[in-house]
Design a protein around this ligand. Structure first.
Ligand SMILES: Cc1cc2nc3c(=O)[nH]c(=O)nc-3n(C[C@H](O)[C@H](O)[C@H](O)COP(=O)(O)OP(=O)(O)OC[C@H]3O[C@@H](n4cnc5c(N)ncnc54)[C@H](O)[C@@H]3O)c2cc1C
Length: 355
């Protein structure tokens, strides 16, 4: 029996499973899925989980069941690529024939002193739950500092302001306008929403230090009751610690067939894989489809295509609370209720297709 080990049951890991199960797994192959959480988590909704506007149950999706799928619950601590084994925190070692690394990402603190120690995060389910508990225990008039106004910072700030009008929310961003990756028209639309909803945007900010309940913008101290960090991500430490070439975010460089240049049995999917595109669930799923294709061809003894067509990304959608949204679809900017309804629809479809 050959063992395909998938590290991480996130968007990449789940898509691989849905491509291979139930009909495309040869009789002599088993899959071992490893995750520290016993279900697939909808990371794209962590902003709402942290804000307290959806329940924990709404971000959980059961892993699929199959006679030749073993789900191993536990913490991966390292990968022995020479011995072809996964090291687990409980001391167990898991042997693999083929390996897919889809462990997602972590916050990147850009060397800002105190940021890792004194800020809260929404990058993992455990951290989003912790952030939920501190945010939701705040008294009226408390100050919440959110550092970073990309998609996740904007979604968190808007969700929180809509559900807790009593809080004083400050959104710090490096750029002249928030959402710097989007067209200026969209950034301005979102900025106007924040103005109407009493979220203070602090543009051109530079957070130089963080202490307990205090951050320094250009070295000027600002008191905050809670500080949430949404100002950058990097590949999971397990991927960062591996030998091999990486990009500036610690993501492993891969071939056009998504495996390491030095080992055709180690594939990388999602936020751990270097790509010209910004990391996203959509991208992870596109990569996963192609990895599943490579594995199926190899298992069937068929030639693997020389290259794959570019992964088609449909666009980006963000929410502004429960009623308004914004986004780019097929190079068109969309705003308002339609954008929000599309985002909810995509989430509904995802949950429907994943049981
Ligand atoms: C607030 C927010 C909003 C977002 N919105 C969007 C959006 O609208 N559209 C979009 O396309 N993308 C969005 N993203 C990005 C998207 O969530 C990620 O790009 C996507 O989750 C990456 O998928 P992945 O499979 O690489 O990893 P993940 O989905 O993060 O899965 C990684 C898995 O690995 C497990 N794991 C990690 N480390 C270990 C370990 N040491 N041992 C065992 N298990 C481990 C985790 O438990 C997790 O299940 C958003 C992200 C955030 C934070």
């Amino acid at each position: 029996m050959k063992n395909l080990v998938i590290l991480g049951g996130g968007y990449g890991g789940m898509k691989i499973l849905s491509e291979l199960l139930p009909n495309h797994l040869p009789e002599d192959v088993t899959i071992t899925l490893v995750d520290r959480v016993p279900y697939h988590c909808l990371k794209t909704e962590y902003y709402a989980l942290a804000a307290g506007t959806i329940s924990d149950k709404e971000v959980r999706v059961a892993f699929p069941e199959h006679p030749r799928l073993v789900v191993k619950y536990g913490e991966v601590t390292g990968i022995d690529t020479t011995g072809r084994k996964i090291n687990m925190a409980d001391g167990e070692q898991l042997a693999y024939d083929d390996l897919i690394i889809g462990l997602g990402c972590e916050d990147k603190y850009h060397g800002v002193p105190g940021a890792e120690q004194f800020t809260y995060s929404i990058q993992s389910i455990e951290k989003a739950r912790h952030t939920y508990s501190v945010l939701n225990n705040l008294g009226p008039g408390s100050v919440v500092g959110i550092v970073g106004a990309g998609l996740s910072g904007v979604e968190l700030a808007s969700e929180l302001s809509e559900s807790r009008e009593d809080l004083n929310i400050k959104l710090f961003d490096r750029g002249k306008h928030i959402l710097s990756a989007f067209p200026e028209r969209l950034s301005k639309y979102v900025e106007n929403w924040f103005v109407r909803n009493n979220v203070e945007i602090i543009n051109n900010s530079n957070i130089t230090k963080v202490e307990e309940n205090r951050l320094y913008n250009h070295d000027v101290p600002i008191e905050c009751d809670v500080i949430v960090w949404t100002a950058g991500i990097q590949a999971n430490k397990i991927a960062r610690d591996m030998d091999g070439e990486k990009d500036r975010s610690g993501r492993l460089i891969v071939t056009k067939h998504h495996h390491l240049p030095t080992d055709e049995h180690i594939f990388i999917v999602g936020d751990c894989a270097s790509s010209p595109h910004a990391p996203s669930a959509q991208l992870a799923e596109g990569q996963a489809e192609q990895i599943a294709e490579v594995l199926k061809k190899r298992w069937n003894g068929e030639p693997v295509p020389e290259s794959f067509p570019p992964i088609k990304l449909k666009g980006v959608l963000g929410s502004l609370g429960k009623k308004q949204g914004f986004g780019m679809m097929a190079d068109h900017a969309i705003t308002g209720r339609v954008a929000r309804m599309l985002k909810s629809g995509i989430l509904w479809m995802y949950k429907f297709h994943n049981g």
